[in-house]
Write a protein that binds this ligand. Structure first.
Ligand SMILES: [Zn+2]
Length: 179
């Protein structure tokens, strides 16, 4: 795994992100910084749907788009909305450890059996569903994925500052990723 940069003090925030909503996000979540009042969002956060993660941030501070693996692929219109209408200039893409979408293709049997037993699906339909969708949802390695997604969005929104982060479910902290 590429080097993660711990943020246990505001001085740990890399210089280009000082005094930006990225620093605020890290300070709120990691350092329990007192919550400011916001009238409008300052940042868009893309993160996984995983149930073990909750951001410690003020109300109205952020737009948040959640999906398996934290991908924003196929969500460009919503990102554009946050930029165009919401006026945000910063995006944080948050990958996390122990993500179910890492090598999800290996979980076929559990997925199929669960759909059959829990939802009453026919086995064949569950298999077809998995085989069609799993390759599109599989993010491979979480760090490589979030860096790829960062680069894709930087090309699409060249004036927006886009920062890849890692959420460790082991300690519930956010980490910067050395690029
Ligand atoms: Zn996940």
């Amino acid at each position: 795994m590429k080097r993660l940069i711990e943020v246990s003090n505001v001085t740990d925030v890399s210089p280009p992100y000082r005094n930006t909503p990225i620093e605020k996000l890290l300070a709120y979540h990691n350092l329990n910084s007192p919550h400011n009042d916001y009238e409008r969002a300052e940042i868009l956060v893309g993160m996984c749907m995983d149930h073990r993660k909750k951001l410690n941030i003020p109300e109205r501070f952020a737009y948040i788009i959640r999906d398996g693996g934290g991908t924003l692929i196929n969500k460009d219109f919503k990102v554009s909305y946050a930029v165009g209408v919401g006026g945000i200039k910063y995006i944080a893409l948050i990958a996390h450890t122990d993500c179910g979408m890492v090598n999800v293709s290996d979980r076929k049997e559990k997925f199929v059996e669960g759909l059959v037993n829990n939802a009453g699906w026919e086995r064949e339909k569950a298999i077809e569903h998995f085989e069609q969708c799993a390759p599109l949802s599989d993010i491979g390695n979480e760090v490589d994925f979030v860096l790829r997604e960062t680069n894709r969005l930087r090309e699409l929104y060249p004036q927006i500052v886009i920062v890849p982060l890692m959420y460790k479910v082991e300690d519930n902290k956010l980490y910067l990723i050395e690029e």
